[in-house]
Design a protein around this ligand. Sequence first.
Ligand SMILES: Cc1ncc(COP(=O)(O)O)c(C=O)c1O
Length: 371
Amino acid sequence: MTLRFIPVASPLMQYQTHRPAIDDAIRRVLHSGRYILGEEVACFEREFAEYLGTRHCVAVANGTEALCLALKACGIRAGDEVVTVSHTAVATVAAIELIGAVPVFVDIDPVSRCMDHTLIERVLSPRTRAILPVHIYGQPAAMEEICAIARRHGLRIVEDCAQACGARIGDRKAGTFGHAAAFSFYPTKNLGAIGDGGAVATNDPEVSEQVRVLREYGWKERYISSEQGMNSRLDEIQAAILQVKLPFLDAENARRREISERFSSALDRELVIPPRPMPGTGHVMHLYVVESLERDALQAFLNERGIGTALHYPRAVHQQGAYMERIRGSENLPVTERLYDTLLSLPLYPELQDDEVERIRTALADWCSSR
Ligand SMILES: Cc1ncc(COP(=O)(O)O)c(C=O)c1O
């Protein structure tokens, strides 16, 4: 009997789980005749702000533009320096440069794999205007410490929450600590659309209003641009789909955590280091990323067992052609660089069936005992 291949991600299964409600939502929009920035978007914005506990949410076209718009609305201008990490999706750094600002890298903490806040003050310069921490893989960065540094130096904070929808520090959600936060609803994200989508969340009414203006050509009044804006609108179909999925997000995140604990229990930590959620935080396991000095052998073994894997990411941002040798801080990222030889993402999504979870768990245990 050949075993079904377990893909590393499966947005199709997400759709199938919520299919009747999603189909109804799409039909509702089709028949409404309003396809862009209508009641569905407004309703999703209200519900998502309420879910997060922020005063405002503005839905936009994708997570990259959410970052661009959040930075701009926070007053970051061309030439301003933004402190961030190289261990992230390239979108984080691309967004900073898209608005003409200048990324500066700091290294990560080896356990949380998020920004090492103890290194931030070493890279500050008179041009530093913002800090952009990334809640990587679903693990919130050390926001209380980062906020204290930002306050001391008068810096703005934009949180990259693309991978951390629903994550918490204490009882506060990731995305409620900085001046603004950017979310992505890319289909494989914990809250995924069926296409592109994103949002900016903030407690600051001016930031919210500015994102609203900038996402549609700088209009305060229709057809009259009071400033230079762009088109970064979320469409009604995506907003309707996101409304269907949002009520299930916490339960789905809990299922992700439960599966991750089962995987981690199979590992010999001398051979394979599992994600180590930071105490006091609610990790949402967007990705289950292990570290192993024998990463390639582990990947080949899992592939033979019909278990998909991926690298998030094959290279750190500062190791990619477009960014190599030109971003300040790149020369001092030993923890980031070490991580990239070892990391491996395993399948983790709420739709994984118990027998699939068991297959992955057994494969991990077998690999550890074979070494
Ligand atoms: C950490 C991080 N930031 C930003 C983004 C950009 O989001 P999007 O793909 O919706 O533009 C992503 C998603 O790919 C991400 O993982």
